[in-house]
Design a protein around this ligand. Structure first.
Ligand code: F6P
Length: 322
């Protein structure tokens, strides 16, 4: 029987742990006598035939590194019908029978488009944002938060020395998960997330005043990037409270760095699952984590799901982070 060939790519914003997922796809395929190709620079690489053979050693010494050895891109050309047809031609040329796509919701949509054109794809959630509805967890979330927490802990030192307020913006696009969990982990007085419309008086001023009355003189306000400009929020705080306030945008530093154990292990499990599906010729699936189990669901259905914000965790934060 002819040896099967599958491909793996990373797409969208990179996330720590993507390398562990690539490594798991490659090694699972090889263990099962499946030939495996690495596609460089996301869907762009599929459109342009930017493809390389992978072997056991191509993924050596990668699990501990952030970024992605395959590199990544957001591909406008692949969003066009012509781009997708070109990618299908490349898949045929390389006899690719299935593609593991590691990325965020945009990448999931790309994988679905390729499936519709007859190329089986399995999507693996890889984004620091944790914003994919079908899964409890996305690769990179834990590392990004650990980085954010380390940075805010540093900010706290100087904020406390000066009796100031620090307003810190974390990433997450339209999702407040990074802000919520980072906010809890650093004991932020206020946590602003896009899922809950904030009221300046109720959610910032009153909480700061209460905290001050009980003897605290420095304040951390964690803001998800989807909420608004931290410089403006900081200005408003200083104007209304008279407390010296500084704004900090953590930015892309949150996307880099060595993945945590959690990210390495979950990415490995997800990569294995994706390769197994593809070697069986199964596509249009998304690998997900639910209740701490690695499962897979139909990709088209997964894309229709709406993400639920953890209001319970938010209430906990509001009660104890004061
Ligand atoms: O999706 C990951 C993410 O880092 C978001 O948190 C952020 O909004 C966006 O990507 C930034 O994108 P770019 O790398 O294109 O600036």
């Amino acid at each position: 029987m002819e040896q099967k060939t599958i491909a793996v790519l990373t797409s969208g914003g990179d996330a720590p742990g993507m390398n562990a997922a690539v490594r798991a796809v490659v090694r699972t395929a090889i263990a099962n006598d499946v030939h495996v190709l690495g596609v460089r620079c996301g869907f762009d690489g599929l459109v342009n035939g930017n493809i390389m053979p992978m072997d056991l050693r191509s993924v050596s010494d990668t699990i501990q590194n952030g970024g992605t050895i395959l590199q990544t891109a957001r591909s406008p050309v692949f969003m066009t019908e012509a781009g997708q047809m070109q990618a299908v031609e490349i898949c045929k040329k390389y006899q690719i029978s299935g593609v593991a796509v590691i990325g965020g919701d945009g990448s999931f949509k790309g994988a679905e488009a390729l499936c519709k054109h007859g190329i089986p794809c399995v999507a693996i959630p890889g984004t620091i944002d944790n914003d994919i509805a079908c899964t409890d967890y996305t690769i990179g979330f834990d590392t990004a938060m650990n980085t954010a927490v380390e940075m805010v802990d540093r900010l706290r030192d100087t904020t406390e020395s000066h009796n100031r307020c620090s307003v810190v913006e974390v990433m997450g696009r339209r999702c407040g998960d990074i802000a919520l969990e980072t906010g809890i982990a650093v004991g932020a007085t206020c946590i602003l997330v896009p899922e809950i419309k904030y009221e300046f008086e109720r959610d910032i001023l009153n909480r700061m005043e209460f905290t001050k009355k009980t003897g605290k003189h420095h304040f951390i306000v964690v803001v998800a990037e989807g909420v608004g400009r931290v410089s403006e929020i900081a200005q408003q705080i200083e104007m209304h409270t008279g407390i010296e306030t500084r704004a900090t945008v953590l930015g892309h530093v949150q996307r880099g760095g060595s993945p945590t154990v959690r990210d390495r292990v979950i990415a490995s499990q997800m990569g294995v699952q994706a390769a197994k599906l593809l070697q069986e010729g199964i596509g249009n699936r998304a690998v997900v984590m639910r209740d701490a189990k690695i499962l897979h669901v139909e990709l088209t259905e997964a894309l229709k799901m709406k993400r639920a914000f953890n209001h319970n965790l938010y209430q906990i934060a509001m009660m104890i982070s004061i």
